[in-house]
Design a protein around this ligand. Structure first.
Ligand SMILES: [Zn+2]
Length: 281
């Protein structure tokens, strides 16, 4: 268990700066692959981007950095799909490393861009080269996004950002249906303080709510907006060598949530300690 805690702590440290640095893109391309049913991974080694296919076109979750968009397009096409058939663009949360490429994807595909209500102001502030951020539909908690008979539900799971969004959908493989959960960001919020945060005073309460909320969602497959959130690379290495490695069952989902909640609580304790320490000269 200690090792697991350490792994999560290291991941938190590794993920921290990316959220705040628009020019900090150190991503590398990663082989696109089928995750389960009609859900495909088209992201990079560290940032997830998921393509959900339907007979009426495709849904993309997370454009990531603008400079990743050509890689995402190549990944979509390597899988045999047309990038221009993307009809809807969704977002995990309003950080540059997840939605900076929205304007470019919109320009290339004409997709409808949908953003969770509480993330609208932060999303509008992400304007690569001054381009206005496209927002075509504002989503609210439990709104459904449908295309070609496929439905995704948007869950407001605030904390990492005010409008951090968890997406759920069903995927079918063989004759079985699986509950797929794609949390926005499940980690503590990078370098943003979780105590005495004037811009987001209830950040700690929201984050703790998120971990509780995620536990009530039926879950067979848990993914995430950063690949380490769901140990993507480890699982990818097992693809085709046995049962689908992305199916972890409810217990697997809960174990991941536990790990990230522990990392958050550790971070909260550190920030509380800092906040209560006497000021030094
Ligand atoms: Zn983030």
């Amino acid at each position: 268990m200690r090792t697991k805690g350490l792994v999560f702590a290291l991941l938190v440290a590794a993920l921290a700066p990316a959220h705040l640095m628009a020019q900090g893109n150190e991503d590398k391309p990663f082989p696109p692959h089928k995750v389960i049913g009609n859900i495909y991974f088209v992201g990079t080694d560290t940032h997830s981007s998921f393509l959900v296919t339907t007979p009426a076109g495709y849904i993309l979750i997370d454009s990531t950095y603008e400079s990743n968009v050509p890689w995402i397009r190549d990944s979509v096409e390597k899988l045999g799909f047309k990038f221009t058939d993307i009809k809807i663009l969704l977002t995990s949360h309003a950080h540059v490393d997840h939605c900076e490429g929205d304007a470019m994807v919109k320009e290339m595909t004409g997709a409808t861009v949908m953003i969770m209500d509480r993330d609208v102001p932060a999303t509008q502030a992400i304007r690569p080269e001054g381009k206005p951020h496209p927002i075509d539909r504002i989503l609210h908690h439990l709104d459904r996004v449908t295309l070609g008979g496929v439905a995704l539900t948007a869950h407001l799971t605030p904390g990492h950002t005010e409008g951090n969004t968890t997406w759920t959908l069903k995927a079918t493989e063989g004759d079985k249906s699986y509950d797929v959960v794609i949390p926005g960001s499940i980690s503590p919020n990078g370098m943003t303080p979780v105590v005495n945060n004037k811009a987001y005073p209830y950040i700690a309460e929201d984050s703790l709510f998120m971990y509780k909320y995620l536990r009530i969602l039926p879950c067979d497959v848990m993914l995430g907006s950063h690949t380490p959130f769901y140990h993507m690379q480890e699982k990818y290495a097992k693809l085709g060598k046995g049962p689908n490695p992305f199916i972890s069952g409810q217990q697997g989902c809960l174990a991941d949530i536990d790990g990230w909640e522990q990392a958050f609580r550790k971070r909260l304790a550190e920030d509380q300690k800092k906040a209560s320490a006497p000021a030094t000269q």
